[in-house]
Design a protein around this ligand. Structure first.
Ligand SMILES: Cc1cc2nc3c(=O)[nH]c(=O)nc-3n(C[C@H](O)[C@H](O)[C@H](O)COP(=O)(O)OP(=O)(O)OC[C@H]3O[C@@H](n4cnc5c(N)ncnc54)[C@H](O)[C@@H]3O)c2cc1C
Length: 434
């Protein structure tokens, strides 16, 4: 049984996973008679069913290529390399990605297909903003090079296109120079939502900003939290990083509302101890990677993450309403984060746009689907959008309303994937690949 990172099992099925070792075998697979549909899987860090289908293509066994031009600040790599594998080479040269996600276990293919964003979207935009060229294999086995200037519409459909236009094989990516592998991290406490939101105005010039929100605080403390600011600095501190491995599902009954309330309160008070420190870049960007398979913590039924984009207009009112909606229904998110997003790019299905994005991590139980249905009605009213790479439950109506360039996307998909080979359970659920 193969699942997304949330381990949330939605269907009973047996998946065939294909692992071509060479590009020719990949081409042969795509022309295989009887192959009706196929999803592409990077490293399975999307939370729901974006990379799942009855037939799955994994690029893990293809040769990995990493080439770095330090002078021109250009990376050329195969799409099956993970951010972590590339970082190992980049950091030796004091180079780094312009945009990095919250885990280094994401492949370049996955980063482009989801057009991921980091803690610096307000400055750098999405991952694809630094992608100069993509080499794509379409379902008829033809290789296409596309960029923001060449075959523009294929680029706009592929970056953020959730693997539905073709297989991303290689990419050319612009990098940035850094002074060391260390980050100055500053923690700012906020006692309510107004203060939390104000920090985004006050500290907008910091390179990186992300907040943790205490979802259990109510009344005058509602929306309180910790905002983590970060910037690259010069430092010679030695790297210390330990990796723990979670080997078993955590007993599900222990992660109950009582535990979550206590944990959030303790976290809020203990976080106030050290307000400024120098940390290794791995610690700042990828804190959860210290525990391998931390997703097992949510028990054997798994969990869902709901990542919502709320427009800047009415942000205070809408966030209050949303937090209270969760609290009234007694649905507690174990970890809740908030980030500011900047201007949207031109890609048809990319998620970010001017506003704030908030994530809720919720242990799965039988009421979640019903809860989600009610939440979705609220989100439609608020004109809010759900991030495809985190989604497990969105319905067609909400998707079509919030992804307003869907028609343009479908036009390109129909043109370059005539037989509609690239599909996932998510694309079927949302009728993207009809
Ligand atoms: C702990 C954690 C933190 C995260 N933090 C962030 C964050 O800060 N910002 C953010 O934006 N996201 C974040 N994510 C989500 C993650 O970055 C995306 O889900 C990413 O797409 C996962 O990459 P993957 O290689 O695991 O791809 P998969 O999960 O395997 O696939 C994701 C999508 O990419 C497609 N795809 C994968 N490889 C290819 C390819 N070669 N060609 C074409 N399509 C392909 C798949 O079909 C699928 O639609 C986080 C996830 C986790 C688990």
């Amino acid at each position: 049984m193969i699942t997304g990172w949330g381990n949330y099992i939605q269907r009973n099925y047996k998946a065939n996973i294909y692992y071509p070792k060479e590009l020719d075998s990949l081409k042969n697979l795509l022309s295989k008679k009887g192959l009706k549909s196929l999803s592409i899987r990077g490293n399975g860090r999307s939370y729901g069913d974006s990379s799942i289908n009855k037939n799955i293509l994994s690029l893990k066994k293809l040769k990995k290529i990493i080439k770095i031009d330090k002078q021109k600040l250009i990376l050329y790599c195969s799409s099956n390399c993970t951010i972590g594998e590339i970082n190992k080479e980049l950091l030796k040269k004091n180079l780094f990605f312009k945009v990095s996600p919250g885990t280094k276990f994401v492949t370049i293919g996955g980063a482009i297909a989801s057009d991921i964003h980091g803690k610096n979207h307000h400055h750098e935009g999405c991952f694809s903003n630094s992608v100069q060229e993509i080499e794509l294999m379409t379902s008829n086995g033809i290789k296409i090079r596309c960029s923001k200037n060449k075959k523009k519409t294929v680029f706009k459909a592929t970056a953020g296109g959730m693997g539905l236009t073709g297989v991303i094989l290689f990419a050319k990516i612009k990098l940035k120079k850094i002074k060391s592998n260390y980050i100055l991290e500053k923690k700012i406490i906020s006692n309510n939502l107004k203060e939390t939101l104000n920090h985004y105005k006050k500290y907008n010039n910091w390179e990186y900003i992300v907040s943790w929100i205490d979802m259990t605080a109510t009344k005058s403390e509602l929306g309180r939290g910790i905002t983590y600011l970060g910037k690259h600095i010069k430092s010679n501190k030695k790297k210390i990083q330990q990796i723990e491995n979670m080997k078993f599902f955590f007993p599900s009954f222990l992660l109950n509302n009582f535990f979550i309330i206590i944990y959030n309160k303790i976290f809020f008070y203990f976080s106030q101890i050290k307000k400024k420190k120098i940390v290794h870049l791995n610690h700042y960007f990828y804190p959860l990677d210290k525990i391998k398979n931390w997703n097992l913590f949510y028990g054997n039924k798994g969990f869902i993450q709901i990542q919502i984009l709320l427009k800047e207009k009415n942000i205070y009112k809408n966030l209050i309403e949303l937090i209270e909606f969760f609290q009234n229904k007694k649905i507690y998110s174990f970890v809740t984060t908030l980030k500011k997003l900047g201007k949207r790019n031109n890609n048809y299905l990319s998620f970010p746009d001017n506003g704030y994005t908030v994530t809720f991590d919720i242990k799965f139980n039988n009421q979640i689907e019903l809860f989600y249905k009610k939440l979705e009605e609220k989100l439609i009213e608020m004109n809010a959008k759900i991030y495809l790479t985190k989604d497990s439950l969105m319905k067609r109506k909400h998707f079509e309303k919030s992804y307003f360039e869907l028609k343009k996307f479908k036009k390109i998909k129909n043109k370059i994937d005539k037989k509609n080979i690239f599909q996932s359970f998510q694309s079927k659920r949302l009728f993207i690949s009809e």
